[in-house]
Design a protein around this ligand. Sequence first.
Ligand SMILES: *Cc1c(COP(=O)(O)O)cnc(C)c1O
Length: 376
Amino acid sequence: MIPFNKPCVTGDEEAYIQEAIRNEKLSGKGEFGKKCTDWLEARLGCERALLTPSCTHALEMTALLTDIQEGDEVIMPSYTFVSTANAFVLRGANIRFVDISPDTMNIDPDLIQNAITEKTKAIVAVHYAGVACDMDAIMKIATNHDIWVIEDAAQALLSTYKGRPLGTIGHFGTLSFHETKNYTCGEGGALIINSANSIQHAEIIQEKGTDRSQFLRGMVDKYTWQDVGSSYILSDLNAAYLYAQFENADLINEERLRYWDLYKAGLQQLAGKNFIKTPHIPEDCQHNAHMFYIKTEKEEDCTQLREYLDGQGIMAVPHYVPLHPTNAGEAYSEFCGEDKFTTSESDKILRLPLFYGMGDEAVTHVVDRILAYYKI
Ligand SMILES: *Cc1c(COP(=O)(O)O)cnc(C)c1O
């Protein structure tokens, strides 16, 4: 039996959690939280990183930081996780979806211009599978129209675009440490802040709308209600788990990349015969092997292959159901332009098992079963 995912464990997690307990500091911003944010800031070179209870929460913080108001519009792909849209709908925004490029499943920057109106406040660039969106094109459009860019880098920690870490190119980036992501603590996330001007506001939003962060630094003698906010802080128990992962980040990354390359090489002949497509990595992008997916010729092939693999004890899973034709999508969003690829390409995607500790043989076994299915 090969599961689709196993949460990453490197070995130091238990000892660090025990240390957090001994420290008698379980709430947020303890020793491990500080170690994690220092690591992120050094590794990414961002102005500030704040740990949040999830990427969903980090996205909600960006909706507050960009001051999204009722009726404002936010542009993003429909092929994404619900939180990307929900975070802005919670503030009253209307979502304007645009189509994706079939080669990366990322937002097609050429289609963004047509979706912009005078109400457009932000573009959310989702780096699918840890492969970068065309950030130069997106930043150019955003600068021309003076709108915010948020990178949903939930899947993209340690990926780069033209050598720059994902999450650090737009105004804000958001990361996820959910157990399905490369680096995890069960549930967790981070907000990446790329402009020093936004740090104080972000800290207030994160601390229930108070200036407690300044109080903790001894800059005010009492902390008080300053603005709209919520509880967007990660517990130090989770941060303890996460720090063990950060310390082993390169090891985890290298191992995942090795599995990814094994899949790519093993399935090359099938892709060469056009039975399937394997992921395309644009030249400007270094990815983090967050995901290995294949695309079948037709939707039916995808279902049949999935059932076949399931019978072989291999869990392969589809991915996003596009957001625009759903109940909430119909209420809160509009698809701008033609849905040429979003629906049709998402129907053909099958994600293969890939997790730290999987082992080369398991990858080779999955490859062999897929080759057998296609009788190669
Ligand atoms: C996983 C994911 C999220 C949500 O992350 P959580 O930490 O579970 O809130 C958001 N966006 C994308 C693109 C994701 O892959």
